[in-house]
Design a protein around this ligand. Structure first.
Ligand SMILES: C[S@@+](CC[C@H](N)C(=O)[O-])C[C@H]1O[C@@H](n2cnc3c(N)ncnc32)[C@H](O)[C@@H]1O
Length: 265
């Protein structure tokens, strides 16, 4: 493992910060009720047909593989490419048992071609990634270009900006649980303070949905989670514009029950 990073964490140094925290990451998210269920919910909301048979899926910012496992559960027959820029997070992921259909790649989600990752993909899951990228708009456009026409992107993210209640819940959970627990488990709290700050700074869910539309996604909708994460963690779904002559959208996604935006905030 490389020498611990010093200085304040920013979007340019996030993967390096995750390197330092990789050995404790699974234990910390394991203590967060709903973490794995909610990832699975976002993967389910992608509406992938037929257990993923014949599909090629991309998990961006896969970390130690929690989001990869969620995709695998929902689409066990799919081929899954899972990418992360933190070598240590990937090393934790690779230590687990995976079927041969899952492949882990070390690379930057903003320059996947450089890592040898090329499309087309039948679905992309980006869980807790977008907030950490310096240019989210450019990243979304590049994700869109990797998708087959009509294929879904699920952005699974914290988003609290649109609601005073959500911002308050987030701050209380961070300062009473996440930051103290992170410090206790790892001896340092820099990544967890960055998490708190970065979420407060990040898009509200309406802005995030608009960002997807601006990047060329259609059929954009948002849904939140249950538990303390209600109106704090969201799935923001969109799909690449389908070919005009292609079949209608699969019912799984086109019939998703989406509460009006006001209810989701
Ligand atoms: C909070 S973790 C989420 C991991 C996993 N998706 C999950 O749900 O548990 C965010 C991950 O994004 C990765 N990451 C941050 N910036 C990245 C980038 N530019 N390219 C690829 N991965 C990146 C980090 O290294 C980290 O492993």
């Amino acid at each position: 493992m490389s020498a611990p990073r010093t200085g304040r964490i920013g979007t340019d140094s996030v993967p390096r910060a995750f390197d330092d925290h990789a050995p404790s990451y699974d234990r910390l998210v394991g203590a967060n009720p709903g973490y794995h269920d909610h990832l699975r919910l976002s993967a389910q909301r992608m509406g992938l047909p037929d257990h993923g048979r014949g599909l090629r899926l991309l998990d961006l910012g896969c970390g130690t593989g929690a989001s990869t496992a969620a995709l695998l559960e929902v689409a066990p027959e799919a081929e899954i490419v899972a990418v992360d820029a933190s070598a240590e997070m990937l090393a934790e992921a690779r230590r687990k048992t995976w079927p041969p259909s899952v492949r882990f790649v070390h690379g930057d989600a903003q320059d996947l071609a450089a890592a040898g990752v090329t499309g087309p993909f039948d679905g992309i899951l980006a869980a807790y990634l977008l907030r950490n990228l310096p240019d989210a708009d450019a990243a979304l456009r590049s994700f869109r270009d990797l998708l087959r026409p009509g294929a879904p992107l699920a952005v699974h993210e914290y988003s609290v900006r649109d609601s005073a209640r959500s911002r308050a819940v987030w701050t209380v959970v961070c300062w009473t649980i996440i930051i103290p627990l992170g410090r206790l488990r790892t001896g340092r709290a820099d990544l967890y303070r960055y998490l708190w700050r970065s979420v407060l700074r990040f898009d509200g869910v309406r802005t995030l949905a608009e960002r997807l539309r601006r990047a060329g996604f259609v059929d954009v909708r948002t849904q939140t989670m249950t538990g303390w994460q209600q109106d704090v963690v969201h799935t923001v779904l969109g799909r690449r514009l389908p070919d005009p002559e292609s079949a209608p959208l699969p019912p799984a996604l086109s019939e998703l029950e989406t509460p009006p935006m006001g209810l989701a905030l």
